[in-house]
Structures are given as structure tokens and as C-alpha cells.
Design a protein around this ligand. Structure first.
Ligand SMILES: CC(=O)[C@@H](O)[C@H](O)COP(=O)(O)O
Ligand SMILES: NCC(=O)COP(=O)(O)O
Length: 239
């Protein structure tokens, strides 16, 4: 069985860089190093205020990343234009509003059906695989299939909150919806607040999981263990 791929989200590295205005740390070097340390993908999530990764980072990262480049975000006109120019391997559509502190829910794929059909088709027309960020609810998974997505990404923020007190309850809907996604022929990614404590349980329970994207906890762990060790520690959870 293939192991689950680790895509490192480097938004928080960009946040540090932006706090001083110069190019330290160098985001493209970080992406290169993450890959050299074992990351199987690089994820970024440009937001309208560009407080993390900026839109002008995207072409440089596309030229740098040798594994899989995944751009996440709300497909407003600017996001869609920039991502279609860059043509990453994967785009993950996330419904965050412009003021969102961080992602806190997935799409209502029925309510936004027509919009998503259009955006998914546009991105696929330039060769980009499209994943849709959803909560683990049957109706949202079915809706993702209906809009033509290639994959779903399960929002794992709620899982991460409940996991410490009740891991089985926390993962229940994900296990169920993953089976449905596999039946529907959708690939499965997952992310948000995954960490060294909750990752291996999630991976063991959720059959069909292909990829996780992890940023916040991984960057926090790297402050203590260093980036190379930390990436290896996350990879061990996935193998
Ligand atoms: C969709 C998702 O969960 C991630 O893209 C996350 O939102 C990134 O987090 P930050 O932008 O808060 O680092
Ligand atoms: N798609 C989730 C992601 O990229 C990272 O989320 P987090 O680990 O920063 O919470």
C-alpha cells in the first residue's frame, strides 16, 4: 500500500518573512529544503491580504517545487487568474472569507454548485487537479463529485479539537465519508490542525487517504526540533 503523502504548508514561513519586509527566510529555499528533507509536496494558501504567501511568490515556487505544488484558497477572480497562469499540480478550493484568521470550515457544495462547476472546469482546463475542501458530511462529498472535483480535502480542524478527549468519535464521520468518497471515485486529502499527536491515528482510520497538508503545527515543532528532523518525524507518522 502506498504511504500517505506529506505536503508541507509554508504559509507560516512566509508570515515570518513578511514581518520584516526583506527576503528572510527565503521561501523558495525553504521549499527546496523541505523537499530535500523528505516532503512530498509544498502547499501555500495565498489570502487576499497576502499576509502569508504573496501572489508574486507563486511563479517562483512553481519553478522551484519538484514534487507537488498545491495552491489553496478561495477562488475569487484574482486567485483564479493567478493560479491559472501558474498551473500548479493541484488547486484546493477553500471557502474562507477575506477576513478569515484561518480556515474553519469546508464548502457547502450544494449551495455553491454552479460557481464550483465553473471554477473546477476552468482550473482543470489548464491541467490542474482540483480538490475541494469539505467538512466530513455525506452531502458535501456527494456535492463535490457533482461539481466535477478530482479530490476532496477533509477539514480536520474539528477532528483535532475532539481527538484528545474522544479519538473514535472525532474520526467517525471521516471514516464514513472516506468510504463514500472512494465509492464515488474521488481522491482524498486532509488538513488543518493535524499534528504529531493526532496524525497517525487519522491515517490509520481513514482508508483511501492520499495526502495531508500540514503547516502550523509542523512549523511550531520545527522551532524545537529543526525543520529536517520535524519533517522526518511527520513522515514516520505516515509510514
Ligand atoms: C485550508 C487550510 O486549512 C489551510 O490552508 C490553512 O488555512 C492554512 O492555514 P494558515 O493560513 O492559517 O496558516
Ligand atoms: N490544508 C491544510 C493546510 O495546508 C495546513 O493547515 P495547518 O496545518 O496550518 O492547520
Amino acid at each position: 500500500m502506498e504511504s500517505v503523502r506529506l505536503s508541507v504548508n509554508i504559509n507560516k514561513i512566509a508570515l515570518i518573512r513578511n514581518s520584516r519586509g526583506a527576503n528572510l527566510p527565503d521561501l523558495t529555499q525553504i521549499a527546496r529544503d523541505c523537499e530535500a528533507f523528505g516532503a512530498q509536496g509544498i502547499t501555500v494558501h495565498p489570502r487576499p491580504d497576502e499576509r502569508h504567501v504573496r501572489f508574486d511568490d507563486l511563479p517562483l515556487l512553481q519553478a522551484t517545487v519538484r514534487t507537488e505544488f498545491n495552491i489553496e484558497g478561495n477562488p475569487d477572480p484574482r486567485f483564479l487568474r493567478e493560479v491559472m497562469q501558474v498551473k500548479p499540480h493541484q488547486a484546493t478550493l477553500v471557502p474562507d472569507g477575506p477576513q478569515a484568521l484561518t480556515s474553519d470550515q469546508g464548502w457547502d457544495t450544494a449551495k455553491h454548485h454552479d460557481f464550483l462547476v465553473d471554477v473546477v472546469a476552468q482550473l482543470q482546463s489548464v491541467g490542474t487537479r482540483v480538490s475541494i475542501f469539505v467538512d466530513a458530511e455525506e452531502r458535501f462529498v456527494e456535492g463535490a463529485k457533482r461539481v466535477g472535483a478530482d479530490r476532496i480535502e477533509f477539514y480536520t480542524g474539528h477532528y483535532a479539537k475532539v481527538f484528545p478527549s474522544n479519538p473514535i468519535e472525532a474520526v467517525k464521520k471521516h471514516v464514513h465519508c472516506a468510504k463514500l468518497a472512494v465509492e464515488l471515485g474521488l481522491g482524498i486529502n486532509a488538513g488543518h490542525d493535524l499534528n504529531l499527536k493526532n496524525l497517525s491515528f487519522y491515517k490509520d482510520q481513514v482508508q483511501g487517504l492520499m495526502e495531508v497538508s500540514i503547516g502550523h503545527a509542523l512549523v511550531c515543532d520545527a522551532l524545537y526540533y529543526g525543520l529536517q528532523n520535524t519533517i522526518q518525524m511527520y513522515l514516520r507518522q505516515l509510514n
